[in-house]
Ligand binder design. Sequence first.
Ligand code: UDP
Length: 314
Amino acid sequence: MASKRTAVVTGGAGFLGSHLTDRLLAEGFRVIGIDNFITGNPQNIEHLASNEDYRFVKQDVTQYILLDEDIHYVFHFASPASPIDYLEHPIPTLKVGAHGTHNTLGLAKAKKATFLLASTSECYGDPLVHPQREDYWGNVNPIGPRGVYDEAKRFAEAMTMAYHRYHKVDTKIVRIFNTYGPRMRLRDGRVVPAFIGQALTGQPLTIFGDGSQTRSFCYVSDLIDGIFKLAMSDFHEPVNIGNPREMTIKQFAEEIIRITGTAAQIEYRPLPVDDPKVRQPDITRAKKVLNWEPKVDFDEGIRKTIDFFRTRLG
Ligand code: UDP
């Protein structure tokens, strides 16, 4: 099938990588998924086992990536991505942001492919500008526990722009804000699976700090839609993709209690080091350049996510 375009998705068995893969297959791409399962999950791609447009390679992308076929798109999504994951795997997090980004950019250059980097709102650190626009340079502690992720992604962005400017690779950078939905890992430590898992099993919802810190949660299908549009665009500067609907973590806990109808209480725990106090994407650029904005409202998205976690717990 020479006419099909081929995309490589690193972190292909992860939460976002697997949803992106489904979208690319639905759009008529062939997909090569790469994952070393450090935080990816084989269950996320088991439905693709008999899909002849899908091929899986078990590999750590910090090692040289050897692929014989023509490649048209490289999506670099491999990385531990939750605070407890990158605390547990600090060196692999730095390496996949640095060596992994270098290797995947090298692959894109060799194949004359379009490259898309999964970057993050963590580039803004604990932001002093609110909401965050792409031209804000951020407030990151390089030597704190989150520094391994934040700085790896900032390095990855620098490397991506260097390949764009110096090697003329067609690159894109998406800054992903808090995203939720089916296929998140129940125990990845992030607030969405943590609170839903706790609510469904009748355990206290663990709020870190006083719960006044804010986040803005985007449903996964909206995020993937923005990423797909960015990949197809000719825009090279970073683009925020996220849902600007902001709430405090305490409000989020109360919503989960309301929607699940759980009898579980709230329990307060110490706030992790360098936990950002606020986070909300300014999506003016995505609206203008990609004609994109989120469509799934919070209740609908969270109900779908709760249904998914019920099946994982059941
Ligand atoms: N959080 C919490 N309880 C938990 C897990 C997280 O209160 O069980 C808080 C965390 O301190 C942060 C927010 O929820 O302020 C979002 O945390 P998450 O780990 O989902 O990702 P982050 O946005 O910090 O990268």
